[in-house]
Design a binder for this molecule. Structure first.
Ligand SMILES: OC[C@H]1O[C@](O)(CO)[C@@H](O)[C@@H]1O
Length: 366
């Protein structure tokens, strides 16, 4: 529930010019959580025989903190207005913008909420109406791509992977702490640059480095890991660790945070919550599938799994190049006019909708 609600909440309250950076604070906290968990595992590994109990139970701490902090949150103006609480919505908008001059934005949200109220079944509308296809396709594909790029092969199994490269258990856990630290630092890069460089640029650049690192790992495994020995040798193992860090570094400034940010800012109000839920569902489904299958896939496919990740990165980068519109600095309720209706491919879905209105309204276009 938090994964669905937090990116949406952040995108709705943020002013357009810093929306990306603010939204990415969500993923930053995910990465801090992962680092924290890895550090706990590193320490708990030394406590016999009950260290694992400590590892598991400490997971409740961030959950408790989340519940506590949620008590202090106010509703977003968009949500208040959508539920008909106009004056409260206006007051919330003034409060979060720090100015009384909010009428233009208030009117935009009111207009969006009128359209939203006409949609009685958002989930059905999301799946059936052509006009929702662009956002739905992008949300689903970004989540799918984020996972097939191989991040959780690394995040979940880094210690096992490093172990198979010949590192001791302790060194493997330590290496996982390093990748966790790289993950946090690089997400900070994204917070800083997403509203300057734009979403497309980060995804394309990140993709290039991810490709490079996957290919390098595939080549090293191909050359050095044979059936008779799984031990790479010190220098090669260090090279692989460096490439894993490069991969995590480039993922964390690009696909990691942006697969959450973009769906949360592109859906119109009427399908925003349900669209984000679909995105979360796809992400969790593929995370689960990877968690369950990666080790046996690695045993069977060996180095070719990294070749597979490389192909995925090429496909997802081509998708960004041709099909992902830039949403930097565009106010969230203006996406339809300024983004979708201008895009060479996706605009046909909205043109059809306008034509339908003309027919339905007997020639009176809305
Ligand atoms: O930081 C890496 C983590 O981020 C996610 O992609 C979520 O955005 C997880 O699937 C992964 O474990």
């Amino acid at each position: 529930m938090h994964v669905e609600a937090v990116p949406l909440y952040l995108s709705e309250v943020a002013p357009a010019r810093i929306r990306g950076g603010l939204n990415i604070l969500f993923q930053l906290n995910v990465t801090i959580g992962i680092l924290f968990a890895t550090l706990v595992n590193y320490g708990a590994n030394k406590i016999h025989p009950w260290g694992w109990r400590l590892s598991l139970s400490l997971g409740s701490m961030p959950a408790a903190l989340l519940i506590l902090c949620t008590l202090f949150l106010v509703d977003t103006p968009n949500s208040l207005i959508e539920r008909g609480r106009l004056e409260e919505g206006r007051a919330a908008l003034k409060k979060i913008r720090g100015t009384d001059n909010v009428e233009p934005e208030f009117n935009e949200i009111v207009a969006a909420s009128r359209v939203a109220q006409e949609v009685k079944r958002p989930f059905r509308s999301l799946l059936r109406r052509r006009t929702n296809r662009p956002q739905l396709a992008i949300a689903v594909l970004l989540q799918l791509f984020q996972q097939v790029a191989g991040i959780n092969a690394v995040m979940f199994y880094a210690p096992v992977l490093f172990n198979t490269l010949g590192f001791e258990t302790e060194t493997s856990l330590y290496s996982a702490v390093i990748t966790g630290g790289v993950n946090v630092l690089s997400t900070l890069v994204s917070v800083y640059s997403v509203d300057r460089a734009g979403r497309r640029m980060l995804l394309l650049e990140g993709g290039a480095y991810m490709l490079l690192s996957h290919m390098a790992i595939a080549v090293v495994f191909r050359i050095k890991v044979t059936d008779s020995s799984d031990d790479l040798g010190h220098d090669w193992a260090i090279l692989v660790v460096a490439m894993v860090c490069t991969f995590v570094f480039s993922f964390a400034w690009s696909w990691g945070p942006l697969a959450w940010l973009i769906p949360s800012e592109t859906f119109p109000l009427e399908t925003r919550s349900v669209g984000q839920s679909v995105a979360v569902c796809v992400n969790m489904l593929f995370t689960f599938v990877f968690a369950q299958t990666f080790l046996s896939i690695l045993c069977h496919l060996k180095y070719t799994i990294f070749a597979f990740f490389s192909v995925c990165v090429v496909v997802m980068s081509l998708f960004v190049l041709f099909f992902l519109p830039e949403t930097k600095n565009v106010p969230i309720e203006e996406m339809k006019e300024r983004v979708w209706k201008q895009h060479w491919f996706w605009k046909r879905f909205l043109d059809d909708e306008d034509n339908n209105h003309v027919v339905v309204n007997g020639g009176k276009s809305k």
